[in-house]
Design a protein around this ligand. Structure first.
Ligand SMILES: [Zn+2]
Ligand SMILES: [Zn+2]
Length: 152
């Protein structure tokens, strides 16, 4: 079964958290219009703050992880309860078994909100990968594609 979870974006930007320094930034979700056709595939992204690389799927914020896990768990819980319910009812009809199914609350968590904060910067080396970084960041920023530091 497929579970789709949608996360809120800030004008196309998705909030991310560095697994090394735990600072947050936002990267553009998907491709920008001016991304060249021959742009290299990215196997790892670099943190704009500390410059540490990590795999593309390791940048979840704790809030996003919790949200995605809850939605996934709820979908599984509902599915199991439905299927178990059917077979239980069949058994009950035989009179051999009496069961009551008590489930926890499987309603989905409230969607997380994404404020329009941070400032957008475009790396000179990979201009098609803009990011948003904390307003108070004054040190050089690393390009998330190649890790090169640049001054803003
Ligand atoms: Zn970092
Ligand atoms: Zn770059």
């Amino acid at each position: 079964m497929e579970i789709s979870v949608s996360l809120p974006l800030d004008e196309g930007f998705l909030r991310r958290e560095c697994p090394s320094c735990e600072r947050q930034f936002k990267w553009f979700n998907g491709d920008t219009d001016n991304k060249p056709e021959d742009a290299e595939a990215v196997e790892r992204y670099y943190c704009p703050y500390c410059g540490e690389p990590a795999a593309p799927d390791s940048w979840w914020t704790p809030e996003q992880l919790e949200y995605v896990q809850k939605i996934g768990l709820n979908a599984v819980t509902r599915r199991v309860r439905d299927e178990l319910g059917d077979s239980m009812r069949a058994l009950e009809k035989t009179g051999l078994l009496s069961v009551s199914l008590e489930g926890g609350d499987a309603s989905d968590p409230a969607p997380i909100s994404e404020p329009q904060d941070m400032v957008m910067v475009e790396p000179p080396c990979h201009y098609y990968e803009p990011i948003k970084i904390a307003e108070d960041w004054t040190e050089p920023v690393h390009c998330i594609v190649c890790g090169r530091a640049y001054v803003i």
